[in-house]
Design a protein. Structure first.
Length: 535
């Protein structure tokens, strides 16, 4: 009903049809759910169709449907639902039914009217809310939904091309072009209270008592009854004001006269009050071409008009735009920063880090810090300078292990083979950024040496295992260095870019040839694919 401002979500037919779809997806042998689904607006079969499918069957209704000739589109749609039931969330299933090829939302609204829109959207919102708190499975959602009483509050002020049937209380704050007071001849005297709340004295709480007869009224009981009746009559006239002021263009006042009315509206009715007010304003009676001649107690035969109504132009509904059913174009992906350490394809399932793995990561972090700071220190003072770096709050607590770590770092820095890397002209922890193939490559290289005609980039690897040669270098290390090399080629065009890996456990420096790196250069923009929704 269009005028209902609060609605139990399990009541609307549109919600029941969608829930029947979920029940069928979970249990195809549920004949009742499938029968309800087949004759719903989602599939639109008639009762005769359902009879032809189900009558005389030996198995389930789903088995009978698969064996009957015809109904191919229905079988295909139901089969698609079953195929995706184990791999789809409640929200995805509902949205696929409503907005996908089935066009369930359009079918439900076409059959059930615009008032079905709010329950449908609230069911979708309920599925979203469920998935934020629970494991998103169809069975758990259905169980959660069936166990709860979900009420939705509808906005009665929203524009709606429908007749709203509302109480005067519910119409407070609203307006409509035409308002009909369909029961304005009710007599408030006949709706008097049958009981009242009466307090014997101000010190005691009130208690409900039956309405007394006139000869039983006295004292505070009579006062309480009089106050209650006065309050009720004031509310009666306040509600008339609310009802009469809801109309924007036309107010229609009517009602049925009972047997006891004797052809006259009750003196305290809304009808009589409005009629007396218009008569006092000098309003004339005239026949109304829309409502016809209304016979009432005065036998003059026509409705009363206070003013002419404005004629509103009929605006035809807009045509459906051609792009509405067309697949959206692929969006251009804007450049986004990519760290070379994350460029490589991660094809290995990493287990949760063990204590040994965390210790190795800490060791690598400390070695990188020592390689960054110690080369600028005089060789004689490197051991002392390394102590606060490796032994601080985030360092190595064991003195022997810490001493070994410092000794390894100093040995590598002093090694003549790596003198160029740790010389004064080399940059430590140098940030680089460049656009490569539509991607912004941004990162920090461990060591960078730039000369007039060439560039050397070296990355430190602190793992215990050292590759035997170029062929055994991990692929993700190669892809990382290929990204560094491609970025530096964009930054320093025309210079030879040389890349190498220094495995500190050897120590061993492995130079990576240019043609080797070219086979692993970044190609993310061409490799990425955008999957369709639900695909």
């Amino acid at each position: 009903m269009a005028g209902v401002d609060r609605l139990r979500l399990t009541a609307p037919l549109a919600v029941r049809d969608l829930l029947a779809t979920i029940r069928f997806a979970l249990q195809p042998a549920d004949d009742l759910s499938l029968a309800s689904l087949l004759v719903s607006p989602l599939f639109g079969l008639s009762q005769d169709d359902l009879y032809r499918i189900g009558f005389g069957r030996k198995g389930s209704l789903w088995d009978a449907l698969r064996e009957r000739e015809g109904f191919g589109d229905v079988r295909a749609a139901l089969g698609e639902i079953l195929a995706r039931a184990d791999f789809i969330t409640p929200y995805e299933l509902l949205e696929t039914i409503l907005s996908g090829p089935m066009q369930g939302r359009a079918r439900l609204l076409a059959r059930l009217g615009a008032e079905a829109r709010d329950p449908i959207e609230e069911l979708v919102n309920a599925a979203i809310a469920f998935e934020t708190e629970e494991v998103a499975s169809l069975q758990r959602f259905l169980d959660w939904f069936d166990r709860g009483d979900v009420d939705i509050t509808r906005d009665p002020s929203a524009p709606l091309d429908a007749v709203r049937v509302m109480t005067v209380h519910g119409a407070k704050g609203l307006q409509a072009p035409v308002v009909i007071l369909a029961d304005a001849t009710a007599d408030p005297e006949r709706g008097r209270l049958t009981d009242i709340d009466w307090a014997i004295d101000p010190e005691t709480a009130s208690a409900p008592v039956l309405r007394p007869r006139k000869d039983e009224l006295s004292g505070t009981l009579a006062e309480q009854l009089a106050a209650t009746e006065k309050s009720e009559r004031q509310e009666h006239w306040r509600l008339l004001y609310v009802a009469a002021t809801r109309a924007e263009e036309r107010l229609v006042v009517g009602g049925a006269l009972g047997v006891r009315a004797k052809g006259e509206p009750p003196a305290e009715s809304w009808y009589r009050a409005i009629e007396d007010a218009l008569s006092g304003l000098g309003a004339e009676r005239e026949d109304d071409p829309l409502w016809g001649t209304a016979r009432h107690h005065s036998s003059t035969g026509s409705g009363v008009r206070a003013r002419k109504a404005r004629v509103r132009a009929v605006v035809p509904p807009p045509a459906e735009p051609e792009w509405l059913r067309r697949a959206p174009p692929r969006e251009e992906r804007p450049p986004r920063p990519l760290a070379p350490s994350a460029v490589g394809r991660d094809l290995v399932a990493d287990p949760p880090p063990s204590p040994a793995m965390r210790a190795a990561a800490d060791r690598g972090r400390l070695l990188h810090a020592l390689f960054e700071r110690l080369p600028a220190v005089d060789p004689a003072g490197r051991m002392a300078a390394a102590e606060p770096i490796a032994g601080g709050a985030a360092g190595v607590a064991d003195a022997a292990e810490r001493a070994g770590l410092i000794a390894d770092a100093c040995k590598i820095i002093a090694d003549p083979r790596f003198a160029t890397l740790f010389g004064p002209d080399a940059l430590a922890e140098a940030p680089i950024a460049a656009v490569v193939g539509g991607d912004v490559i941004a990162g920090t290289v461990d060591r960078l040496l730039v000369t007039a005609d060439k560039v050397l980039v070296v990355d430190f690897k602190t793992a215990r295992r050292v590759p035997a040669g170029l062929e055994t270098v991990p692929v993700h290390h190669v892809e990382q260095m290929a990204a560094y090399r491609a970025a530096l080629a964009a930054v320093f065009p025309g210079r030879a870019i040389t890349a190498a890996l220094l495995y500190t456990a050897g120590p061993k420096l492995i130079e990576l040839p240019g043609d080797w790196l070219d086979r692993h250069k970044p190609g993310l923009a061409d490799e990425e694919q955008i999957l369709p929704l639900g695909g």
